[in-house]
Design a protein around this ligand. Structure first.
Ligand code: AMP
Ligand code: GLY
Length: 423
C-alpha cells in the first residue's frame, strides 16, 4: 500500500514512523515533511491548501490512503474534497471539524448534548463582552471563535487583562475573522489531560491517556506554546475516569454529531480539566495532539495502517487495538526565543549520538537540510521521545538522549513528566 501523510511537524514524523512499521505499507509520501521524515518517507512539495493538486498526486501515484495531521486543511474541507473523488482519507469533514475550528460551535454543541464544560457566553460586540467581564470578575477566560494557531485563548487573572484580551481580539483583530465572535468562559481549576480516541463515526476506541506541557518554562511558567513535552500514561486518567469520559463526553459527541447528520470520522481529542475525579471539556480538537502523539504512538502495539484503514472504511469494530504496557516521555527542544520570534537555520549536532540511546527516538518537528546538514526550521525543533518500564525510566532515557543534542539558542523544559512522577 502507498500512503500520503499531510503535515510537517513532530506529530507527522510520529505518524510516518508508525506507518512505516506496518506490514501493509510499502511506500510513504509526506507533504511537505521535514528533514527527519525524509529518512523514511519521500517528501513532496504540493501545497497543503491545494486540494486539487493533492488529489491529482494521489490519483497519479496510486496512493491508497491519505492521513491528515494538522487542523487547518481539515477545517477547510480536505476530507470532503478527497471523498468527493472517491479517495480514502483519515480525518473529519469540514462540518465535523467545526468542533475544533469554531469555539462557539463547540460550546453550543456541548450545551445541546449536556457535555460537561465551563459556563460561557458568546459575544459579537466588544462593549457587551467588556460589561459582562466587569460583572463576572476575574479569573475569566477569553477565547477567539476561530483557529488562531493556539494563541486565541487568554486565561485572564484580572478584569483589566480580560478587557485587554477582548480588545486585542475584537477591536485590533489580532486573529482576523477568527475574532468576529468570542466566547467568555468561567475559569476552571484542576489538572489537564488529553483524551484522544479513534472513531469511524460508529465505534469509538480510546487511546492511552497523555498529558502535555503547554507553558514554555519549568513549573508551568511563561507563555503558552504549542506544547513543550508530553507523557503517557497520565495517572490522573484512571480506568474509572476513562469510562466516565467515554460515557459523558466521547459517546454523546459522536452520537450528537450523527443526530445532526454529521459523521465524525478520524481522531476526536478532548482537552480535559479534571478536578476531584470530575472531567470538564476545555476544548475539542479533531486531530492528533502535538506533542502527545509522539509518546502515544510509541506505545501503540497494533498496526497503525490497519487502524487508519478501519477508520476510513468504518470498520473500527472489526479490529483489536493493543498498547504496550510501558510509559513514554517526549521532551521538545525549541529554538531560542520560541514561542516568540526565533531564528532558523541553526545547525543541529549530536543526532547520531542521541540515536544510540536505547528505547529512544528523535522525532523532527521544525527541521530542514542546509547544505546537506540538518538545521532548525521552526519554533519547536525536535521531540526527543523514549519509552521505559515507568514514567521515571522513560524520562531518564529521554533526557539522556537530549543531553547529546545541541544547536545555538536551544532551550527545553527540565521538568517534563515530573508532575506524573510526584503523584
Ligand atoms: P483551549 O484551546 O480552549 O484548550 O485553551 C488552551 C488552554 O487554555 C487550555 O489547555 C487551558 O490550559 C486553558 N484554558 C482554556 N479554557 C479554560 C478554562 N475554562 N479554565 C481554565 N483554563 C482554560
Ligand atoms: N498539544 C495540544 C494540541 O495539540 O492541541
Amino acid at each position: 500500500m502507498k500512503v500520503l501523510v499531510v503535515g510537517s511537524g513532530g506529530r507527522e514524523h510520529a505518524i510516518v514512523w508508525k506507518l512505516s512499521q506496518s506490514r501493509h505499507v510499502d511506500k510513504i509520501y509526506c507533504t511537505p515533511g521535514n528533514a527527519g521524515i525524509a529518512d523514511i518517507a519521500e517528501c513532496i512539495s504540493v501545497d497543503t491548501s491545494d486540494f486539487k493538486g493533492l488529489i491529482d498526486f494521489v490519483k497519479y501515484d496510486w496512493i491508497d490512503l491519505t492521513f491528515v495531521g494538522p487542523e487547518e486543511p481539515l477545517s477547510r474541507g480536505i476530507v470532503d474534497a478527497f471523498e468527493k473523488e472517491g479517495r480514502k482519507i483519515v480525518g473529519p469533514t469540514k462540518d465535523a471539524a467545526q468542533l475544533e475550528s469554531s469555539k462557539v460551535f463547540s460550546k453550543d454543541f456541548m450545551r445541546r448534548y449536556k457535555i460537561p464544560t465551563a459556563e460561557y457566553k458568546v459575544f459579537s460586540s466588544h462593549p457587551q463582552a467588556e460589561d459582562y467581564v466587569r460583572m463576572k470578575g476575574a479569573p475569566i477566560v477569553i477565547k477567539a471563535d476561530g483557529l488562531a494557531a493556539g494563541k486565541g485563548v487568554i486565561v485572564a487573572s484580572t478584569v483589566d487583562e480580560a478587557i485587554k484580551a477582548i480588545r486585542l481580539i475584537m477591536k485590533d483583530r489580532a486573529f482576523g475573522d477568527a475574532g468576529d465572535r468570542i466566547v467568555v468562559e468561567e475559569c476552571l481549576q484542576g489538572e489537564e489531560a488529553s483524551f484522544m480516541a479513534f472513531t469511524d463515526g460508529i465505534t469509538i476506541v480510546p487511546m492511552v491517556s497523555s498529558q502535555d506541557h503547554k507553558r514554555v518554562y519549568d513549573q508551568d511558567k511563561g507563555p503558552n506554546t504549542g506544547g513543550m513535552g508530553a507523557y503517557s500514561p497520565a495517572p490522573v486518567v484512571t480506568k474509572e475516569l476513562e469510562e466516565l469520559v467515554m460515557e459523558k463526553v466521547m459517546k454523546p459527541t459522536v452520537l450528537g454529531m450523527k443526530s445532526e447528520g454529521i459523521v465524525f470520522k478520524g481522531i476526536l481529542y478532548a482537552g480535559l480539566m479534571i478536578k476531584d475525579g470530575v472531567p470538564n471539556v476545555l476544548e475539542f480538537n479533531c486531530r492528533l495532539g502535538d506533542p502527545e502523539t509522539q509518546p502515544v504512538l510509541m506505545r501503540l502495539d497494533s498496526d497503525f495502517y490497519e487502524i487508519c484503514d478501519a477508520i476510513a472504511c468504518q470498520k473500527l469494530s472489526e479490529i483489536n487495538i493493543s498498547w504496550k504496557d510501558e510509559a513514554a516521555v517526549c521532551v521538545v527542544l525549541a529554538s531560542g526565543g520560541y514561542p516568540g520570534k526565533y531564528d532558523k537555520g541553526k545547525i543541529i549536532s549530536g543526532l547520531d549520538e542521541a540515536a544510540k540511546v536505547a528505547d529512544s527516538f528523535v522525532f523532527h518537528a521544525g527541521t530542514s537540510f542546509e547544505n546537506g546538514k540538518i538545521a532548525t526550521n521552526g519554533g519547536r525543533v525536535l521531540g526527543v521521545t523514549a519509552t521505559g518500564a515507568d514514567i521515571a525510566a522513560a524520562k531518564a532515557k529521554a533526557y539522556e538522549a537530549v543531553s547529546k543534542i545541541s544547536f545555538e539558542g536551544m532551550h527545553y523544559r527540565k521538568d517534563i513528566a515530573d508532575r506524573a512522577i510526584k503523584r
